[in-house]
Design a protein around this ligand. Structure first.
Ligand SMILES: O=C(O)CCC(=O)C(=O)O
Ligand SMILES: [Fe+2]
Length: 336
């Protein structure tokens, strides 16, 4: 066990990324999540059908097909905001009462999954905090994405490809010394054709590089982009299968390709860090996922997690705050 500990950590610190094969069990770990998301989309479809935005609920179709059918009728359907596991929105206003996100029990199950945390523990140790920077990315085939949906979601990387960035570049600088680990989980096969992750090999050794706000990017998005000339390293496409997990350091430069396939491409990205360090998203709630020192501090109750997000949302509404922030100056002359 001890040698394995050293080896995963060493591999990650050597290359800036790590693929752990077969960490999760399809039936036990991923299937409940798939079923939960099918219910989420069915519920959204029922609402949109009631509002006469779509011609049918397409409930009998599998999730990928159903999403494409919905987008055919309702090309701007904001499905990604309702399904994300964070407060995400498509308008530049503040978080509102009806701002939605998904916090179902299967997601809490994934965040606290024992098999996943066992591998995370090998990398960051046994005092594990779930960082609230977390997303679901269900990306329809690019050819089914309308111009409006593409523009509306542009920069979020939740609907179309993700621009080159370092994860440290999209958190607040108070967490620059936190050891945040990115954990990327495929729910469908991730291939070059359907928009898998691309990493720049050994790109994590030179600190944080310049990120620029893309002109096309609407100001509500915190997502920014590393200019092409800063990506000098070898680019590696990471094709993986459900059950595999990709780990990235907070400084690894990465992006994802467009989905040029015929079906959806679906992944989660979660973050973990040692307990007690700033998360870089202080207005969102994290929790103790595992603690060998103080097992009683571990969050076990899904309901409490849901309440934490509700409280965070109400606080943001009260303070009339937008979740938007960026550490990068949109006027930076180096970005011209
Ligand atoms: O899956 C993607 O498109 C991007 C994921 C990403 O940027 C991340 O996991 O940090
Ligand atoms: Fe990222």
């Amino acid at each position: 066990m001890a040698t394995l500990n050293v080896s995963l950590k060493e591999q990650l610190s050597k290359h800036g990324y790590l693929i752990a094969k077969g960490v999760l069990d399809d039936r036990l770990d991923l299937e409940p999540v798939r079923q939960e998301y099918k219910n989420v989309l069915d519920k959204l479809a029922a609402e949109w059908y009631f509002e006469q935005k779509i011609n049918a609920t397409y409930q009998e179709q599998p999730l990928g097909e159903q999403l494409c059918s919905i987008l055919r009728d309702y090309p701007e359907a904001p499905y990604y905001e309702n399904m994300d596991i964070s407060l995400t929105k498509s308008t530049p206003d503040s978080i509102k009462q009806d701002s939605l996100m998904h916090t179902g029990p299967a997601i809490f199950g994934l965040l606290t999954n024992r098999r996943l945390l066992d591998v995370v523990e090998q990398i960051i140790g046994p005092e594990i905090y779930s960082n609230p920077v977390q997303h679901v990315r269900i990306k329809p085939p690019l050819k089914t994405v309308s111009d409006n949906l593409r523009k509306k979601s542009s920069g979020s990387g939740l609907v179309t490809g993700t621009q080159w960035h370092q994860d440290q570049g999209v958190i607040t600088s108070d967490a620059d010394n936190s050891d945040i680990l990115t954990v990327w989980i495929p729910m469908t096969k991730a291939t070059t054709a359907n928009g898998c992750l691309v990493v720049a090999k050994k790109s994590h050794n030179d600190g944080l590089v310049l990120h620029c706000t893309k002109t096309e990017t609407r100001p509500q998005w915190k997502q920014v982009e590393i200019p092409g000339e800063y990506i000098t390293e070898e680019k590696i496409t990471l094709e993986v299968e459900p059950g595999d997990v990709i780990f990235l350091t907070k400084l690894t430069k990465h992006s994802s390709l467009e989905n040029n396939s015929e079906d959806i491409r679906w992944s989660f990205d979660l973050r973990y860090q040692p307990i007690g360090q700033p998360t870089g998203r202080s207005h969102f709630p994290g929790f103790v996922a595992r603690s060998k020192k103080n097992p009683d501090s571990e969050l076990k109750d899904h309901k409490v997690w849901v309440d934490l997000w509700q409280e965070a949302k109400h606080k943001l509404i009260e303070e009339n705050k937008s979740e938007y922030f960026s550490r990068w100056d949109p006027e930076d002359i180096r970005c011209a």
